[in-house]
Ligand binder design. Structure first.
Ligand SMILES: *Cc1c(COP(=O)(O)O)cnc(C)c1O
Length: 358
């Protein structure tokens, strides 16, 4: 039986990358060591690390205006790192809340500084984005933060909002899914385990003019300036995850880069939404302007079909479809490593299930 992984995170990795990693680990007997058993300061690892950074810069067209950091602590660590690095004593932050993760980011920032919630989509049920023309961003806010893709609620903002304060985006689940104008951002960060690599690595892209901005005492491992100055090797970085992310970046370049990912991801999401929208049993309520290409959540009617759907899907080889426990339902995650063949197979199953149970 072929298997198709739609896990929301940690998510699928390209088959070619997993095969290369298997070769690397299998070469231990011959070479005596693997990449995870050598010093992060060895010439071999430094070359791997530098190549990964160069490839990421190439993919996203990141100029020298921005530092690229390879960190630990997950996106959740960045929820603290952002206010600590950007908000001076007595300063304030502005946050937009469009789902679970941007809510968590705003709550965490609130432990470090006063936070203005300039837009909150929770009363509407997290199915869209309040009209940006209604957002009142204080001119003295140290930054404006949002999540470019809400992984649980399936709400994606592809156009960075334009306000005269540094823009911060949690792009954990849509970075590298299509081209992005990095020059618009003060800070862009992503936990690697959705679309970049395995868990344990967090990538942050930080405008150099924001390094040292807050003047605060910050735990050194969260300090962008200290991390940038040390090439993300202030302490031992997650070397295996860094190596694997580097393989993913090489794979993306070989596939044709982010323009090609955009073409593929556009087709993949269209296949799923098409079935959902034409269906009497599947429902996705997200405002069409903000529907996520990476995570498509839907509910089943009647709701007691849901466990039946998940059990039948699992029996057919479809992995990772259960919706987040906070919203229930089904969630189809369509990260770069998910092939169009997998999506075709899934929508075939969805149609068949609907014919039998609708
Ligand atoms: C998964 C996710 C997080 C949490 O990431 P951790 O690496 O587990 O801290 C934060 N934000 C978004 C958008 C996510 O998808």
């Amino acid at each position: 039986m072929s298997r198709h992984n739609f896990s929301a995170g940690p998510g699928a990795l390209p088959a070619e990358v997993v095969a290369l990693a298997a070769d690397e680990l299998a070469g231990r007997e011959r070479r005596g060591v693997t990449v995870m058993e050598i010093s992060h300061r060895s010439p071999e690892f430094v070359a791997i690390a530098e190549k990964a950074e160069q490839d990421l810069r190439c993919l996203l067209d990141i100029g020298d205006t921005h530092a690229v950091l390879f960190l630990q602590g997950g996106a959740t660590g960045q929820f603290s790192a952002v206010p600590l690095n950007l908000v001076p004593d007595g300063g304030r932050a502005a946050h937009i809340v469009t789902g679970h993760w941007s809510r968590r980011a705003a709550d965490e920032a609130g432990r470090h500084c006063p936070v203005d919630i300039v837009a909150d989509a929770e009363p509407g049920g997290f199915i869209g984005v309040p009209d940006p023309s209604t957002w009142e961003v204080p001119g003295d806010a140290a930054y404006l933060a949002y999540a470019s893709n809400e992984t649980i609620h399936g709400v994606e903002m592809t156009e960075p909002p334009a306000f005269p304060v540094p823009l911060v985006a949690d792009a954990s689940s849509n970075l590298l899914s299509r081209p992005l104008d990095v020059s618009r951002f003060g800070v862009l960060y992503a936990g690697a385990q959705k679309n970049l690599g395995p868990a344990g690595l967090t990538v942050a892209v930080v405008a150099r003019d924001l390094l040292g901005r807050s003047g605060r005492v910050i735990p050194t491992v969260l300090d962008y300036a200290a991390m940038a100055a040390s090439g993300s090797m202030l302490n031992t970085p997650p070397t295996l995850a860094w190596y694997l992310a580097g393989l993913v970046f090489e794979w993306l370049i070989a596939q044709g880069g982010l323009e090609e990912m955009e073409r593929r991801n556009r087709r993949k999401q269209a296949l799923v939404y098409e079935v959902v929208d034409a269906s009497p049993i599947y429902t996705n309520r997200v405002d069409a302007r903000y529907r996520s290409w990476m995570n498509v959540p839907f509910l089943l009617t009647p709701t007691d079909l849901e466990p039946v759907f998940l059990a039948e899907a699992a029996a057919e080889g479809f992995i990772g479809l259960k919706g987040h426990r906070s919203v229930g339902g089904v969630r189809v995650s369509l990260y770069n490593a998910v092939t169009e063949e997998s999506v075709q197979a899934l929508v075939g199953f969805m149609r068949d299930f609907q014919d039998r149970h609708g």
